[in-house]
Design a protein around this ligand. Structure first.
Ligand SMILES: [Zn+2]
Length: 290
């Protein structure tokens, strides 16, 4: 399995144990994860005290190039807080050093803010896909690129920047698996049947440059809240989804691993869809392997 989303570093809670590379490798071994995308942590100030930058990711990658797939990260305000900042030269430098993507983006600006749009443009130009954490708004107490209910701003970016690959992540993204989404619950883990598919399936169908990152409680909740719809969704979008954990704490619960094992063993999803989601799609997108 290839995990699209992991972190090393220290969180924001006092006395919280630090996830170091050995802890992460131990968890990957336990869970049967051969390779993991390693994302910088704390690049934007909204969700951090401590920084684990692109350079730190590359140091770990040098030691364990067989286990980690490095991503770089930038904040759209970096380099001068301007919608004209040239990010391409730095992204090219990171790409030359082995980085396969950018993220996860956590700066709390609207996703169609000219600053984000500029960063997305340069990612597309350099050929690096981005993982974004989607938030319900620009306000205190949250982090991530923000959108309104039904994701109009994300759609605008998908349409205006067809050369940029967007990989959606977090609660405000995955709540939109159903059209029965509301302001109260869209920033959390809404439960219940998916009576009619929402904006996420619609946008995945419509835009070749949108993918979904199934990591964390948000991705797992989306595919498990209505088990039958979840299996249908995985089957339908088998070319656009990535297995992931978002390991960022010691002893973090990772229910998506047994979920996939069980779904495959019980024939709820096809072997083809399973293989693409847990590995094939990542190889194809990040290594251009088919
Ligand atoms: Zn994360």
């Amino acid at each position: 399995m290839i995990d699209i989303h992991t972190h090393i570093g220290r969180g924001t809670v006092k006395d919280e144990p630090v996830v170091d590379e050995n802890e992460l490798l131990k968890r990957m071994d336990e869970l049967g994860i051969e390779k993991a995308v390693l994302l910088p942590r704390g690049v934007s100030p909204e969700c951090s005290f401590f920084h684990f930058e692109t350079e730190d990711v590359l140091e770990v990658y040098k030691k364990h190039s067989d286990r980690f797939i490095p991503f770089c990260n930038l904040d759209p305000r970096n380099g001068g807080n301007s919608p004209d900042t040239d990010f391409s030269w730095l992204l090219e430098e990171y790409r030359e050093k082995g980085c396969k993507g950018v993220g996860e983006l956590t700066g709390n600006l609207y996703i169609d803010d000219p600053l984000y749009k500029n960063l997305f443009y340069h990612c597309g130009k350099v050929g690096l896909p981005i993982i974004f954490h989607l938030a319900v708004g620009v306000k205190y107490g949250i982090y991530g690129a923000a959108d309104d209910i039904y994701l109009p701003r994300l759609e605008k970016m998908l349409k205006e920047l067809p050369d940029t690959i967007f990989i959606g992540h977090a609660m405000a993204f995955w709540s939109e698996i159903t059209s029965e989404v509301d302001e109260e619950t869209r920033g959390g883990y809404p439960k219940g049947e998916v009576k009619s598919p929402g904006r996420v399936p619609e946008l995945l169908k419509k835009y070749p440059n949108l993918y979904g990152d199934l990591s964390a409680g948000s991705g797992y909740n989306a595919i498990s809240r209505d088990p039958d719809y979840g299996y249908k969704f995985l089957e339908e979008f088998q070319d656009k989804l990535f297995f992931g954990t978002d390991i960022c704490n010691v002893n973090q619960d990772v229910p998506i691993v047994p979920y996939f094992e069980k779904a495959l063993a019980e024939g709820k999803i096809s072997k083809i869809a399973y293989e693409k989601i847990v590995e094939g799609n990542a190889k194809k997108l990040l290594y251009k392997e088919s």
